[in-house]
Write a protein that binds this ligand. Structure first.
Ligand code: PLP
Length: 361
């Protein structure tokens, strides 16, 4: 069988070593004669899985002790509602940075609960799409928090600058870039991320929340989205997505063995440099994001001749390069190259691209 590399934006490729281990353990986990997904979340065996996963996640991101880690249901979109519900308090508004599709989606959801102060930070630099530097963001004084999305999965735009807004509560949707590089968690009030890109299977969302922000949920907030309720119940107020939690725990162990987030950072840079290098050296391919705001996780690119898109997708699929079709709102191609994508996968893609250009250019 041809080696397959899956460039899906999510659910995305998982480390093959993790999948093999899960496969081996599937029907007889820890000698129990049953699968981990069939045991009670309250059993001592599962509690150990849960605690180890949290510890490894904390180690990887160096999460300070005054932050809770919550393992939630509902995807990142549930957090679009949970954030205003938990953080607005008596405030009527929050600052929302609009840098792309997902940041905008969070604003649309927040409009149900408050009057978000939308700050459009999209700009152009040398004719390419870019984001204003943080010092130019016009934050308001009475906002309960400021929300932004550091990696726009669809637009392929990243905000790598780390926030430094004094005592403002900063909230970030890290869904498509968590664990891809070290970050200073103490600069944030809340970080959240759907698991299905850099963490594990869909169905799990991780929330990192500073303890002093707990206990402010509005009465309309469903208990399963109330951070205080979740924290007090060790994320087991209702039955958690146990299999996703277990598998994410294996991914955290894999990450630690690979040298942790600092090492991932280097590998992600090398992968992105390789792919953007091939795009930039050719007139056949194009990426229209300014260098400082290019995502290292999601690389959208266009063929100069869009009539070749279909052939590109057919041939790449045959070559074992899966899911390269761009999002419907952007078109063209998109290669998502999260932590689990090895450098060889990106090399296989760039070799294919160079060869495709030679044959069709
Ligand atoms: N935020 C970002 C940055 C995303 O990439 C996505 C999904 O791709 C979402 C939010 C929505 O996530 P979910 O489908 O888990 O609700």
């Amino acid at each position: 069988m041809t080696q397959v590399y899956n460039f899906s934006s999510g659910p995305a490729m998982l480390p093959v070593e993790v999948l093999r281990r899960a496969e081996q353990e599937l029907t007889n986990w820890h000698g129990l004669g049953t699968s981990v997904m069939e045991i009670s979340h309250r059993s001592k065996e599962f509690i150990q899985v849960a605690e180890e996963a949290e510890k490894d996640f904390r180690d990887l991101l160096k999460i300070p002790a005054n932050y809770k880690v919550l393992f939630c249901h509902g995807g990142a979109r549930a957090q679009f509602a949970a954030i205003p519900g938990n953080l607005l308090g008596a405030a009527k508004s929050a600052d929302y940075i609009d840098g792309g599709y997902w940041a905008h989606s969070a604003i649309k959801e927040a409009e149900k609960y408050c009057s978000p102060n939308t700050i459009d930070v999209k700009t152009t630099r040398d004719g390419k799409r870019a984001i204003l530097p943080m010092r130019e963001w016009q934050l308001s004084n009475d906002a309960a928090y400021v929300h932004f999305c550091p990696n726009e999965t669809i637009d392929g735009i990243a905000i790598d600058e780390q926030p430094d807004f004094g005592d403002k509560v900063v909230v970030a949707d890290y869904s498509s870039t968590i664990l891809s590089r070290p970050i200073d968690v103490s600069r944030y009030g809340v970080i959240y991320a759907g698991a299905q890109k850099n963490i594990g299977p869909a169905g799990l969302t991780l929330v990192i929340v500073r303890e002093d922000l707990l206990g402010k949920a509005h009465s309309y907030v469903p208990s399963i989205l109330d951070y205080k309720v979740l924290a007090e119940n060790d994320s087991m107020f209702n039955t958690p997505p146990t299999f996703a939690w277990y598998l994410s725990g294996l991914v955290f162990k894999w990450l630690k063995e690979k040298g942790g987030v600092a090492d991932m950072d280097k590998q992600n840079q090398a992968k992105a440099d390789l792919l953007y290098g091939v795009i930039d050296r050719s007139d056949f391919y194009r990426n229209d994001v300014a260098a400082e705001n290019r995502s290292r996780m999601n690389v959208p690119f266009q063929l100069a001749d869009a009539a070749l898109d279909k052939v590109f997708l057919e041939e790449s699929l045959k070559a074992g390069l899966h899911a390269l079709k761009g999002h419907r709102v952007v078109g063209g191609m998109r290669a998502s190259i999260y932590n689990a994508m090895p450098l060889e996968g990106v090399k296989a893609l760039t070799d294919f691209m160079v060869d495709f250009e030679r044959r069709h250019g």
